[in-house]
Design a protein around this ligand. Structure first.
Ligand code: MOS
Length: 737
């Protein structure tokens, strides 16, 4: 099915099932421990040996000698694979750096060996007996230093456009603006820190490989594993039915899958391995740190006339920038604009996508800048944002937003949150020992179209089975896909069986970039349209006017049980959603407003979040319960980004020091107060037949700045360097007497 024109009325609009709250259908399996995660496929694989990954102990250089003698002789050891014995390996399209290093080492904890043994403890003990001698080289580990000579880069520069995107004359307009802001912001390296580690079980049968793994994008992972191992893609099967969080870290093939496959080949039996927690920060990817420079010029009454945003970040050679200027290109009006990115080559582990890459760190800066600018103008920060709303893409004014309800999000949120109670003058509100402040920020994230396929079967008893390689990373994919098929076929959710995460199934959008829910359900919609036609045909009904409702199929005055259509044998339909140019004609984005109240301890500087509210407009909300869970999870992540999360770089030896969940802090329940989420009514007919857009990343976008702005409102101390830890403002807090 090709989606090329705005969608008219369709069966989803009935919203008998879609659009209604429904508990996660995989919930009971998870809460009873019976949903198998990557490391737990004991039913399929009974005799797996255990793999243990050895990470490089230097940040840059070479292995000069590696001695496996003692390790090989250790109890229980079955096999050891290093770059010397792995055979020729390729590199995946989505990997910047080789997943098995040696002799050259590109970054700290790059994998250099897998030890396979009868038990986990034996593998670990043997790994400790491997002797590696390194010749350390000078590495580039200091982002600020590297950025001094970093080149301009541009997402757009590949297709011949300039690396600096300009509209109008920024320099002149900024110079002439009566009110100006010129400020620098920084965000740190962040780790996905998902609960389930990267894990894989690999099993060979002849030249065919099956890997049970934890991966958000089955088809990307399958292709890159085949490419890395130099084998045909159709000889690789990836299975990933349940995933304990990914946040972008599991978008790509990682060392666990490659090394499990190599270890299993060497051992001649299946191998299971989970990356040790300390390897996750340095062996896998992370969100790159940014150094951002924002300039805004406005008229005295608050109309933005000039806006510029530059973001610098670093990555391994061949890697890409953190695209933190994304939102600044589109979010606010302003006739003169300039955005650019600098990319430094550094030798820290490779950076890549983490939840809302680009917008998440970009808004952490831009939305503080908007707060600062509002203060300079003497305007309410909500009024300032509303004044600079735009209904068109400001870089290409001929392109309208398909839907843009930012103003309503801000106004509705202000009412609900009690924004009128905020004292615009900072450090005025006191409750006991607490300095109390409120902050607001815009949430903005693009919606992306992705091709997505599914197969639907109508079987005995009218049971509908959906098969697609879509993944559920804790987001609710199983549930919304079941709801979609139920709505289309006119059956209850419990008459739908959903099978996900297997490369034997049709290729879906996968889970990433908040594109999963809308695109994967649109693919299921397309397959269901075909199945409805097949049902009508088999029943001898005219498919054009056939209705599917309450387990019945009706056409004119004829009616039959849906199940009847499968009496003569199962009906199977497969299709995919593909997109035309509507996303070029229109800008598809999602919007919201985040409100935060904090208390800052006047004596110690400790920051506590007291209340949070998000108001979101993101197309049709397929399931308000799972969508709300996505948003409150994202808001929680935003608090982490604002107040805690930071991979600390050792710039001498080149690694992230705090590589576990003790040193890398994320919020726990006790850190998170009352959270409220409101969805505005919206059905975006230019997005897809579901009229839905992404929501999971929108919930994070802007949260950090809303927290930062609340802290400023509480204390009067402006921190532009995340995370906002008490040491950064303690000295500057208001006097106590
Ligand atoms: Mo998301 S960072 O695309 O999983």
């Amino acid at each position: 099915m090709k989606f090329e024109t705005p969608e008219g009325a369709n069966p989803i609009d009935r919203m008998n099932v879609v659009g209604r709250a429904h508990v996660r259908i995989d919930g009971p399996l998870k809460t009873t421990g019976t949903a198998p995660y990557a490391y737990e496929h004991h039913r399929e694989i009974a005799n797996a040996a255990y793999g243990y990954v050895v990470g490089a102990a230097i940040g840059k250089g070479r292995i000069s000698a590696i001695d496996l003698t003692k390790a090989k002789a250790a109890p229980g050891v079955v096999a050891i694979v290093t770059a010397d014995t792995a055979g020729k390996l390729g590199k995946g399209n989505f990997n910047t750096v080789k997943l098995l290093g040696g002799p050259d080492i590109d970054h700290y904890h790059q994998a250099i060996a897998i030890v396979v043994a009868e038990t986990f403890e034996q593998a670990r003990a043997a790994a400790a007996l491997i002797r590696v001698d390194y010749a350390r080289a000078e590495g580039r580990f200091d982002l600020d230093e590297a950025l001094k000579t970093a080149a301009l880069t541009g997402g757009d520069s590949d297709d011949g456009k300039p690396a600096v995107d300009r509209v109008g004359q920024f320099d002149q307009a900024f110079a002439a603006a009566p009110v100006k802001l010129d400020a620098h912001y920084s965000t740190p390296d962040q780790s996905h820190a998902m609960m389930e580690p990267f894990a894989s079980i690999a099993s060979w049968r002849g030249d065919e490989l099956t890997v049970w793994t934890s991966n958000q994008m089955i088809d990307w992972g399958r292709g890159d594993l085949a490419k890395t191992l130099g084998m045909p893609k159709n000889k690789v099967r990836l299975v990933s039915p349940y995933i304990g969080g990914g946040f972008g870290g599991k978008l790509f093939l990682r060392s666990d899958a490659v090394l499990a496959a190599l270890g299993a080949r060497a051992a001649g039996r299946p191998v299971k391995l989970a990356l040790q927690r300390p390897l996750i920060a340095n062996n896998t990817t992370h969100r790159p740190a940014t150094r951002q420079h924002i300039r805004i010029g406005a008229t005295k009454d608050g109309i933005i006339t000039a806006i510029a945003h530059d973001s610098g970040s670093g990555d391994q050679p061949g890697g890409g920038p953190e695209t933190a200027v994304n939102q600044t290109k589109k979010l606010y009006a302003g006739a003169n604009r300039m955005t650019s990115m600098h990319l430094a080559e550094i030798d820290l582990p490779e950076g890549n996508a983490m939840r809302a890459p680009g917008e998440a760190p970009g808004l952490m800066a831009l939305e503080i800048a908007m707060d600062e600018m509002a203060e300079k103008l003497g305007m309410d920060p909500i009024a300032f944002r509303i004044k600079n709303d735009t209904q068109v893409d400001p870089e290409k004014p001929g392109r309208k937003y398909s839907e843009r309800q930012l103003v309503r999000c801000l106004e509705d949120g202000a009412k609900r949150f009690g924004w009128s109670q905020r004292n615009a003058k900072p450090a005025q509100v006191r409750g006991g020992r607490w300095l109390i402040g409120m902050g607001v920020a815009t949430a903005f994230r693009d919606h992306m179209n992705m091709t997505s396929a599914a197969r639907v079967r109508l079987g005995k008893g009218g049971i509908v089975t959906v098969e697609t390689d879509m993944t559920d990373i804790g987001t609710g994919s199983y549930t919304i896909i079941a709801q979609t098929a139920a709505e289309m076929m006119g059956v209850p959710v419990n008459a739908v069986v959903v099978k996900l995460g297997d490369s034997d199934f049709p290729v879906s959008a996968g889970s990433g970039g908040q594109f999963g829910a809308a695109n994967a359900t649109a693919g299921v919609y397309a397959a269901c349209v075909k199945l409805r036609e097949a049902v009508a045909q088999r029943l001898g009904f005219n498919s054009a006017d056939t209705m599917f409702e309450g387990g019945k199929v009706r056409s004119g005055n004829r009616s039959a049980d849906l199940a009847q259509a499968a009496d003569a044998g199962e009906l199977v339909a497969e299709d995919k959603i593909e997109y035309g140019k509507l996303d070029k004609t229109y800008q598809l984005s999602t919007f919201g407003a985040h409100f935060v109240e904090v208390g800052v301890d006047a004596y110690t500087g400790v920051i506590r979040v007291r209340r949070m509210l998000a108001v979101c407009a993101a197309g049709r909300i397929l399931n308000p319960q799972t969508a709300r869970s996505q948003v409150i999870g994202a808001m929680t992540m935003g608090v982490g980004g604002a107040l805690m999360e930071e991979l600390t770089v050792d710039t001498r030896f080149g690694f992230f020091v705090n590589h576990d969940l003790v040193g890398y802090e994320v919020p726990v329940h006790a850190d998170i107060p009352h959270q409220e989420v409101v969805f505005l009514d919206e059905a975006d007919d230019k997005a897809n037949p579901m009229k839905a857009k992404g929501i999971g990343e929108l919930g994070l976008c802007g949260v950090g700045a809303a927290v930062a702005n609340a802290v400023y409102n509480a204390t009067g101390v402006r921190i532009r360097d995340y995370p906002i830890t008490l040491d950064k403002h303690l000295e500057h807090l208001p006097a106590l007497v």
